[in-house]
Design a protein around this ligand. Sequence first.
Ligand SMILES: [Zn+2]
Length: 226
Amino acid sequence: MEYVVSHIPQGTACNRRSAYKMIPTTITIHNTGNPSSTARNERDWLTNPSNARQASFHIVVDERQAIECIPLIENAWHAGDGSGVNSGNRTSIGIEICESGNYAKTLDNAAELVAKMLKERGWGTDRLRRHFDWSGKICPRLMYDGGNWTGWKTFVASVDAKLKPKEDVRMPEEVAVQVDGKKVGVGEIKDGVTKVPVRLVAEAFGANVLWDAKTRTVNITKKEAV
Ligand SMILES: [Zn+2]
């Protein structure tokens, strides 16, 4: 996905680029609320003379690109909770997710972008907010699901998945298994646990190994099976 920096000018109407300095502590997710507008449309709306609203945002994402409209070290007016120093407007990076085009692709782009931003800052998904969290507005509306917010949970999970380091899926490491200096088989280290074939080890100690399929239990006994 292409990342374009296209800042609206200082002095843009309605104080949309306020020039309050900001040290962001969270990232806030929105839907644009417009089923047909692209990221470029949303960016252009911020400098359209017929736009009479103060609302603004930092980044807008669609199926093909992300456009940064306001520097991430300045505030934007996206959270609907005023201008207090602890408001979402003054502390949070606002990301608008477009509703037009291939929405699944757009969502994946947004998750990719957000994961990258969290990673760069050493943050986890606990830093993510909905517009709803600041002002109670039903936004991001396409994640609302009648108040269940299933789309939101799915989105956060997909960001989490992208944050997980790739090493977590590395191949198991093979280990040799010896009993009293005699090799009895091969095991592996998987997820930090050494796993060995129980039959080979138990039998090397002279024990019987019985498999109870019904209860899915391995029974190791020194007595004869009955
Ligand atoms: Zn919103």
